[in-house]
Design a protein around this ligand. Structure first.
Ligand SMILES: [Ca+2]
Ligand SMILES: [Ca+2]
Length: 404
């Protein structure tokens, strides 16, 4: 039966449903901090060129709780969403002859790059560029969108998250990453980037731990600085170079240490941040950790073709279970968000990406970054650790302690 006009009963039912679905709309600045979340990694970057409003919008429409803009600064100090200060791989800048003389060589975290750098372009110039797919071989379908989308500013990302929150009745959070803090400090001045970010976030969301925001960084000293300046949630990212056949973590520059440690001569590695002592240290300034997933689940390459496709790949690795990092971090009151889950790559020990993500949610992680938000939401909703009731908890009522 097709109803051309809604009946009174239908209208009443819809009104009731809306009331039930949006109990927290008056507290828009709160979010379900303790329900496991799905973070749209660079948006829905499995389906659209990363870090575009189209990519973030699709992630939200697929049910992501947070969208993740990586941030770099332009010459005139605007925060724009790009994965790297180098923009040759994700924009059409090479097709702009007027910018051919901007290509240059710079060191980023000790590695030399010959590329175009956002820091050499004004925002107005950046706005003449268009995004393109970073991984055209892995994601050929996404190249259909090359040349269509602008490079968004942080303000535009915030505006999108806010308007989509209103439209959907869900609180859509943002999870900005300060990229290469040491590089930006050398270019623009110490903490200029961090101060700009806080100014923008505090004005958009208030200086509150209930703001639907996590600030993330692979560096340490900038997070410790931010901890003194804001109540907004901070997450220490923990990188590595690779995972060995026996499941242990391989560390090599530039993914061996936070780069500010390299500069200051601090010998501690990323792995050192996840020992009990390391977690105590992180807990002194951050609310959560964001380790690469092999830090959390041990998988071993034992030469068995588990999925029977006649090839030995990372998907075939034996899954040995939790390394204990999740449990130890939780004991210290740290949230655990891990990365990156992809339907088309990176499935250590799993051939089915949804199964992989559910496995991590079942171990108790508080959230994960995925390029495929739809699969992430399906996996999360399928997890034994997820109930819609938990999702309605708000961050102010559940005694999350921090050290500020
Ligand atoms: Ca990121
Ligand atoms: Ca195989």
């Amino acid at each position: 039966m097709i109803l051309n006009r809604p009946t009174t009963t239908a209208i009443l039912a819809t009104t009731l449903l809306n009331m039930l679905a949006m109990p927290h709309t008056v507290e828009a600045a709160t979010f379900a901090k303790h329900a496991p979340i799905v973070i749209g990694h660079r948006g829905a970057s499995g389906y659209r060129p990363e870090h575009t409003l189209a990519s973030y919008t699709l992630a939200i429409e697929m049910g992501a709780d947070f969208i993740e803009p990586d941030l770099v600064l332009t010459k005139d100090r605007y925060m724009i969403a790009r994965h790297e200060p180098m923009i040759g791989g994700t924009t059409d800048v090479a097709d702009h002859p007027e910018f051919s003389n901007r290509k240059t060589t710079r060191l980023v975290d000790g590695v030399s790059y010959n590329d175009w750098f956002a820091a050499d372009f004004t925002l107005a110039e950046i706005k003449t560029l268009r995004a393109k797919e970073r991984l055209p071989n892995l994601r050929p379908g996404n190249t259909a969108y090359d040349g269509q989308f602008e490079i968004p500013t942080l303000s535009e990302v915030i505006a999108l998250a806010k308007s989509k929150s209103k439209e959907t009745g869900r609180t859509i959070g943002i999870y900005p990453e300060i990229k290469h803090s040491t590089f930006h400090a050398a270019f623009f001045g110490n903490h200029r980037f961090e101060n700009k970010l806080l100014k923008s976030l505090h004005s958009a969301y208030g200086n509150s731990e209930c703001a639907p925001v996590f600030i993330q960084s692979f560096e340490v000293s900038n997070l410790r600085y931010l901890n003194k300046k804001t109540h907004i949630n901070l997450v220490q990212l923990v990188d590595a170079d690779d995972v060995n056949a026996d499941g242990s973590i391989a560390l090599a520059a530039p993914s061996r240490q936070p780069y500010d440690f390299v500069v200051s001569g601090n010998p501690r590695t990323f792995a050192d941040l996840l020992t009990n002592k390391g977690l105590d240290f992180v807990k002194s300034y951050a609310d959560g950790i964001g380790p690469w997933k092999p830090y959390l689940v041990k998988t071993v390459d034992d030469g068995i073709d588990r999925n029977g496709d006649g090839k030995l790949t990372i998907n075939d690795r034996r899954v040995d279970g939790s390394t204990g990092v999740i449990e130890r971090a939780h004991k210290k009151g740290l949230l655990v968000h891990t990365w990156t889950f992809r339907n088309d790559a990176s499935g250590y020990g799993f051939s089915d990406p949804r199964q992989e993500m559910t496995y991590y949610y079942d171990l108790g992680i508080d959230g994960l970054f995925t390029d495929f938000a739809d699969t992430g939401v399906a996996a999360r909703n399928n997890s034994s650790n997820y109930t819609s009731e938990r999702q309605e908890q708000d961050c102010g009522h559940h005694g999350h302690t921090n050290n500020r």
